[in-house]
Design a protein around this ligand. Structure first.
Ligand SMILES: Nc1ncnc2c1ncn2[C@@H]1O[C@H](COP(=O)(O)OP(=O)(O)OP(=O)(O)O)[C@@H](O)[C@H]1O
Length: 249
């Protein structure tokens, strides 16, 4: 993928395979294009009026940018969780979880909805805490609970991929730990790609890792990618070594 905002190129021929059933983390200093890359993966980049891109995003061999494919299809298969939890504040916890069904035109019975709400909240590690107040507004939850509600909302449309853009950066260490446990449990059924500035988090949760860098005045590119343990213990590129050891960024 290459990407631009107007005539400012922010990614240059970035190519990465994010394997099914595992967690891949994207690391690198601020401004190197990690979030842009993530947004390209579920067609959010094109929402910015000046944005353009070149390349392909293949999900099981099919390009999500194929003009014959609908935008809503890509979003359904590839969910996203953002830095700041963004539940619909006035909607109930229950309605937040099923909000995506309407958007994707999925019709389900009341019983199916109830079962879906329970299973998604359980997978997101929130069911026990909210099962007795499903009709209370989403805004009444703590930040960490709201983030897990957003994960449950993403799961309700049964995505194959879940993109997470610094999902714990607004959370305390306890909530962060709960989200990380949730991610590790979910990874068996949904492929997860996470952008994180937290090197310990990248090591704790991800099996694969990609290091992005935008050298002075040049667009972002991947310096090195591969097995997370190897990249932290014995990186090939000296710039990766410096970054993972906190020498810059
Ligand atoms: N909406 C936008 N309009 C114009 N330029 C943008 C826009 N969003 C991002 N950029 C630019 O694209 C480049 C990459 O930004 P991006 O947010 O992808 O980096 P990042 O690695 O995710 O940074 P951070 O770690 O700080 O979130 C930066 O130079 C940024 O200023």
């Amino acid at each position: 993928m290459s990407a631009w905002f107007g005539d400012h190129q922010v990614l240059d021929r970035v190519s990465l395979t994010m394997e099914a059933g595992i967690i891949t983390s994207l690391i690198g200093p601020s401004g190197c294009g990690k979030s842009t890359f993530l947004r390209i993966l579920n067609r959010m980049h094109e929402l910015v009026p000046s944005a353009s891109l070149a390349g392909e995003v293949l999900l099981d061999g099919e390009d999500i940018y194929d003009p014959t494919r609908k935008l809503v299809e890509a979003r359904k298969h590839i969910g996203m969780v953002f830095q700041k939890p963004n539940p619909f504040p006035a909607q109930s916890i229950y309605d937040n979880v099923v909000a995506g069904l309407k958007l994707t035109g999925t019709r389900v019975s009341r019983e199916e909805k109830d079962a879906l709400v329970e299973s998604c909240l359980t997978k997101a590690g929130l069911w026990k805490e909210v099962k007795d107040r499903l009709r209370a507004p989403g805004a009444g939850l703590s930040g960490g609970q709201q983030q897990r509600l957003c994960i449950a909302r993403s799961l309700a449309v049964r995505p194959r991929v879940l993109l997470m853009d610094e999902p714990c950066s607004a959370l305390d260490p306890t909530s962060t730990r709960v989200i990380e446990e949730t991610m590790l449990e979910l990874a068996h059924e949904v492929t997860i790609v996470i952008v994180t500035h937290n090197m310990q988090q990248a090591q704790r949760v991800s099996q694969q890792c990609a290091f992005f860098l935008a050298a002075h005045g040049t667009p972002g590119a991947i310096v090195e990618h591969g097995d997370t343990d190897a990249m932290f213990a014995d990186p090939i590129d000296p710039r990766t070594f410096d970054y993972v050891n906190g020498r810059f960024g």
